[in-house]
Design a protein around this ligand. Structure first.
Ligand code: HEM
Length: 411
């Protein structure tokens, strides 16, 4: 039976410690959880993501108070009620819209940091895989959220993407009607996407974040040189006052203060966008209510889906669907496709460095081409070449990493 001090001041340090072990948590974070010293601001992106997810949840709860998941009411509940009738409704909507767009920029930076430094292999495979789970869940969350204002782009992007499941050979199974709950996107479609957006996917995301954090604990985060750190030895050095020689820093308060600084800068930019430049996160076509009889001249997804949309577009239905499917899951296989034993930054890995930059530029080109109408033959050709290149990058990675020379550590 634990000992409780009856004289302890309620909610004081001792009172709290006896009830929830506050001091144990403080001790672990201050003296038992170590972070490599040799990391830069890119390693703060994980916490930036967690904070942005928090902001999306809070702003989403405010929007939920006035949103109406009904095809006859949804558009007005967002564009009139929330935007002009409810006090500060616009503020929460701008936060939610900007947050939904920016979170993808940060996810891509976070992913490419991991790829650049080889943080997905040799003990860190599960961090990568749970991260990919988060990527897929965030994509589903963004897509389902995009349906909710029931504007022209919500309706027609929903139509195009669900039509993928009526593609070629799949038609026979009536899959697309099953997904929509109707022959075209309608009320059943809207309410099921509403449920996914506000309940099921957020729950999955919370679970995946817990898993992602759990997978980080044993292998620790990587560092700029990919050094294999002896945490015990380095922690002892720090505790003995030899901070210069130690390769680690305590999570709290040293690392936390760095993280909070980066987050501070991030939120200055974030709220600048919310107040002065929110338009980039809202498509003008979506300010027209959904009309099933009026197809927009050019249908495209939000910027963060453009690269995979462009991989789908140049091909015929069946091949396009397969190419799109491969693009969606390609990154899952990264830890196993990279055959090299080196955990090192790309600039030290020869051909891998070229592979990394080609991949990044290819995805930027695909994104740019995905936004353009498919009518210009030159741009269509650039799109096709970039799509084929993307699909070739996986086998190319296997090939070049098989022959990558082992880097001697300490050299
Ligand atoms: C969207 C929600 C996500 C959250 C909240 C999140 C959170 C974090 C945090 C806090 C860290 C530790 C600090 C850092 O390196 O930034 C981390 C590391 C990591 N994350 Fe994520 N992450 C998310 C998504 C992803 C995605 C989409 C991937 C890629 C598939 C990914 C892959 C990784 C990897 C490989 C590491 C280890 C980095 C290293 O060892 O240096 N994460 N994540």
């Amino acid at each position: 039976m634990a000992h409780f001090d009856d004289k302890a001041m309620p909610f004081g340090n001792k009172w709290m410690d006896e009830r929830i072990g506050l001091n144990t948590l403080k001790r672990v974070l201050n003296t038992e959880y170590w972070i490599p010293k040799d990391i830069n601001f890119l390693w703060a992106m994980g916490m930036v993501l967690a904070a942005t997810f928090g902001i999306l949840v809070v702003s989403g709860i405010f929007l939920l108070m006035y949103y109406k998941p009904d095809v006859n009411l949804a558009f007005d509940s967002v564009n009139y009620t929330i935007m002009s009738e409810v006090g500060y409704g616009w503020f929460w909507r701008h936060i939610h819209g900007v947050g939904a767009s920016i979170v993808f920029l940060i996810i891509y930076i976070h992913m490419f940091t991991g790829i650049y430094y080889g943080s997905y292999k040799r003990g860190r495979e599960l961090i990568w895989l749970s991260g990919m789970g988060l990527f897929v869940a965030f994509s589903a969350e963004a897509f389902s959220g995009y349906m909710l204002p029931w504007g022209q782009m919500s309706y027609w992007a929903g139509m195009v993407i669900t039509n993928l499941f009526s593609g070629g050979s799949l038609e026979a199974y009536g899959l697309v009607e099953w997904i929509r709950g109707d022959y075209v996107p309608g009320d059943a479609y809207l309410t099921r996407f509403f449920m996914l957006h506000v309940l099921l996917i957020p729950l999955a995301i919370i679970g995946l974040i817990v898993l992602h954090f759990g997978t980080l604990r044993l292998p620790h985060v990587n560092n700029q040189e990919g050094a294999d750190i002896d945490y015990k030895e380095s922690a002892e050095l720090w505790k003995a006052g030899k901070k210069k020689e130690s390769k680690v820093i305590p999570f709290s308060p040293v690392f936390l203060s760095k993280d909070l600084f980066v987050m501070g800068v991030y939120f200055i930019i974030f709220f600048y966008l919310v107040f002065y430049n929110f338009e980039f996160s809202m498509d003008p076509v979506n300010f027209d209510p959904a009309d099933g009889l009026k197809t927009p001249a050019h249908i495209y997804p939000e910027w963060y889906f453009l690269w995979s949309y462009e991989i789908l577009r140049p091909f015929s239905k069946d091949i396009g669907l397969i190419a799109f499917g491969i693009a969606q899951i390609a990154f899952v296989f990264l830890p196993f496709a990279d055959r090299s034993p080196n955990v090192a930054p790309a600039h030290k890995r020869g051909l891998f460095n070229i592979w990394f930059w080609v991949l990044l530029i290819d995805m930027i080109v695909l994104t740019a081409m995905g936004k353009l109408p498919p009518t210009d033959p030159v741009f269509a050709m650039i799109g096709l070449v970039s799509a084929v290149l993307f699909l070739a990058m996986g086998p190319l990675l296997v090939l070049i990493t098989m022959f990558e020379k082992k880097i001697e550590k300490g050299a």
